[in-house]
Design a protein around this ligand. Sequence first.
Ligand SMILES: [Zn+2]
Length: 269
Amino acid sequence: MVVERSHRECVLCGACFTGRSFLCRSCSARYRRERPSRQLRRRFYEGVDRLYPGWANTYGSYNPPLGLLRVLDRLPRTVRILELGCGGGALLRELAARGFFELVGLDLARTALVEARQRQTPASLVLAEAERLPFHDRSFDIVLAADLIEHVDDVDEHLAEVARVLREGGQYLVKTPNRPLAEAYYRLVGLDDYPFWHPSLLSPGELRAVFARHGFTACFVAQPGLTPAQLRKIPSRLLRRLAQTLPVSCLPVWLRPHLEVVAVLRVGR
Ligand SMILES: [Zn+2]
């Protein structure tokens, strides 16, 4: 997320500090001890959109799920797709450009849906939480979440909801950071507020296990290259140029910066 050091205000309390995090030290410490309410999380994401529009996925597409887009390309264009955490709608517009037309986008932040509407995203847009989906059982063939599940504060509640709204044999396509690598990076660059905005980071093994508990069989998909957001984290221009040629698709799962997963909902589970 935000990596350059600057003088800034805490997204939650407005206190001024110098650092790389979104929250001041006292808010970071407080929300390591106590679980923030969902209203506070919404306020946080709307605050990030307001204070850091150049970094928020609401206003740009810095981190596309390149491996999952290849999976989607092989599907019939009639599938009904729900995108969770759709932000400003960039991925939904990409899907529409590829010929999909049964599209629903959901986000927690009002700022995200305002942007998605302004950009005339060709999808139904719904303001709701990813742990309580306002849809009937078995409404969708595909649920898609790029950089969403790490933000959810109860992954079990979330996956139970996804399993409910998917038809049997439907697929949940997920892109999420790889926990051990992400945590090492956040600690290295001093993002001590990461437990607030990424409370549910998972390793490949944890991801496989939590999906299995909810009736999904998970299969990891290789990402063909680094995304703009991943390249932006590399500190020098030379290293960035080298990284662009890195064969990330050959990396073993545990070494990938992000995990892309196709989780199929087992029939008769
Ligand atoms: Zn604060």
